[in-house]
Design a protein around this ligand. Sequence first.
Ligand code: TNX
Length: 524
Amino acid sequence: MDFLIIPEPCELKIISPSPVVTFSDASAVCFAQGFEKAFDELIRFFENTFELSPDGTGMGVVCFEKSDSIQSDEGYVIKTHFNTVTIFAKGAAGAFYGVQTLKQLLIQGNLSLPELEIHDSPRFEHRGLMLDSARYFFPPDDVKKILDTMALHKLNRFHWHLTDDQGFRIELYSALLLAQIGGFRAYTNFNRTPHGGFYSKKDIEEIIQYAAERFIKVIPEIDSPGHVLAAVSAYPKLSCCEKQLDVATHSGVKHDVLCVGKKSTFDFMFTVFDEVCSMFPDKIIHIGGDEVPTVRWKSCPDCQRLMKEKGFEDEDELRRYYLEKISEHLEKKGFDVIMWDDGLFESEKNKNTIRQYWETKPSKKDENAKKIISFSELFYLDLPHGKTSLKKCFDGQIEPDENTLGVEACLWTEYVPNIEKAGKMLIPRLAALSCIAWSKKRGLGFKEFKKNPLPYYQSVGTVGLSFTKPGKATPNKIAALCSVAAFEKRRLHWQGLKNIIDDKKTTRLLEAKAAKQKGETKND
Ligand code: TNX
């Protein structure tokens, strides 16, 4: 039989088609020192998917064997012989990925396998998925489902977007109101019911542990100096106007960003970042830096004073100044720092910052910076299937260079209110993106996948996420147009008009503050 393994392995050879090994309750999984996580994953699979608890009294054996002839720590070899499957790996992660492949083989072979040989190792070291838990709160059990889905696709970096205008979702003892106030909004894009929630220290610890058992590193993102309305609603002094504002109820880029002109903002943010760093042991952090409107800074006396002091020509330099200071602080603590590409700037101080490209394809001038590729047209799985179809994902081409750490799919959740919708956006497009992330050989195309997608759906079915059928994931022209129109329509909202009015009021407020600081009044 033909097997469909996703992401596609480097080499899969069926040596002879008749079954040589079959598993049952009487089979055995041999424990091997150093490969405990792979062992646990396989036992879980037998129990949960086939209700088997192999007791070792009969036929069918899985063995793990350490092999130093495999080059990559994440690589593995699977060989089946009479009565035995052996997974060879150099490192623990490789054995785990071997199990992920074996799970797919066993589902498709209904617990019987022919004589075969698989050699496999990944294309990129960074194979990410971003979940936006800020726009909507995903309870810890749902996050675990996402992690299981990642493991199945051999993805190894969970980028966790924890803060935004619509929610601040991480409990921090140094600033409790961030989550207690910033974690709740009055209503949402969809309806007028309140929405909220945040992750306690214990939740975060458990999720990191769950991820580590699946060889996934967790990268928290604390987005600033833009996308901070939730934080500002809890601590108004963080903004230029210092007005009491509400957590954003709707999507869209907000104008009330951090006031970079006040030293107190830096003190606050350093404390926040210090506490976040103390919670995430993988030592990688994302600092956002995307979509920072400068309108407040233009009329803020504190920001203008700082600009003058530093001799900055425009407000963009303020953003650069802020992001440089934050990255410097985090790098000193031994963290790898990632930032969105629109926060980019060329700077000696920031040569180590990893850039995540979402707007543009990396350009020549960024040749020496480490990069992660996420350009939206291909990797943004919040976009409707009419815009980014399954076919487009399978055909997706990237042009990596020696500084490309890898790729990352992003699930923004302005319009993804729960795990059901999340599943529909991710599955099956994640199949195609995992092939870009993992497969050195990009043989599997849309046509081939479409011929028989069932095995893939069966294996993701073990996690229990919802999904989109392949036909719907690659809509025809009319259906595509409708899905894009529905998506765009949701973005239009009276809130846009309200923002313009609010802007005028806030500008006036800041001007008055500036005048007061100069010792004048408007009436003079
Ligand atoms: C842009 S990409 C954003 C997000 C939105 C997303 C919607 C990036 C760094 N910022 O805030 O959720 O577009 O697709």
